[in-house]
Design a protein around this ligand. Sequence first.
Ligand SMILES: CC(C)(COP(=O)(O)OP(=O)(O)OC[C@H]1O[C@@H](n2cnc3c(N)ncnc32)[C@H](O)[C@@H]1OP(=O)(O)O)[C@@H](O)C(=O)NCCC(=O)NCCS
Length: 224
Amino acid sequence: MRQAAPVIDEILPAAVSGGESFGDAADGWLFPEENAALGQVGEARRREYTTVRHCARRALGGLGIAPAPLAPGAGGAPRWPEGVVGSMTHCAGYRAAVAARRSDVRTLGIDAEPHAPLPEGVLGFIALPEELSQVAHFTRRCPEVHWDRLLFCAKEAVYKAWFPVTHTWLGFDGAVISPAPEGTFHARVLAQEAQQGRVPSEFAGRWMVRNGLVLASALLPGEV
Ligand SMILES: CC(C)(COP(=O)(O)OP(=O)(O)OC[C@H]1O[C@@H](n2cnc3c(N)ncnc32)[C@H](O)[C@@H]1OP(=O)(O)O)[C@@H](O)C(=O)NCCC(=O)NCCS
């Protein structure tokens, strides 16, 4: 039987290959270097780390690339095979990984969150004043979406796309996210290097709500 296309593919261009799982496989395995990088952790962390790498190997397979070790590198970002960019996410009941050839996509990030309001106090911590206004505006206009959680999810996706090309930290006040109800968002990075054109300043994003989850992707197209 043909496997259904991953849900995460719906918010990514065709050049990106995805793999996802709504649970942890009992037969998950790791390359020795992935296992060494993980170290001593609890069972739940071992399972999500293993399953998301299983998803990543499926994503690589979609690009015609053989399974490869995907150990965390600097800042926790996974190291992908030469010429490949990708991103991973896990939250309760969901794991996903995506990969693309660097010629098609310069960098990308994905994030998944439970589609529920953020815990008390978190929105004020992560949102810039203009983002607070937008969350209030869209909550009035389209109350079935948890715009606070979507904002958080989009910011994490942007960070995961930002870090591999800059190797620098970007705080929650480091980019302004402008979401649109049609399932897109735009991210403008405020960091000085971005303003001076030394690193990317604009990311294109997409989002959707499905199966009790909010999913977001952020990317920069490849350099031709
Ligand atoms: C790193 C971070 C984004 C991870 O997000 P999260 O929701 O906690 O966790 P997720 O399950 O979605 O993602 C975890 C995966 O992200 C990836 N990741 C971790 N650090 C990363 C980095 N610096 N760059 C890219 N990807 C990274 C890893 O693959 C990790 O999974 P693994 O450890 O099993 O390999 C988050 O913990 C964080 O530090 N956020 C603060 C920075 C930020 O979001 N700034 C907003 C800018 S507007």
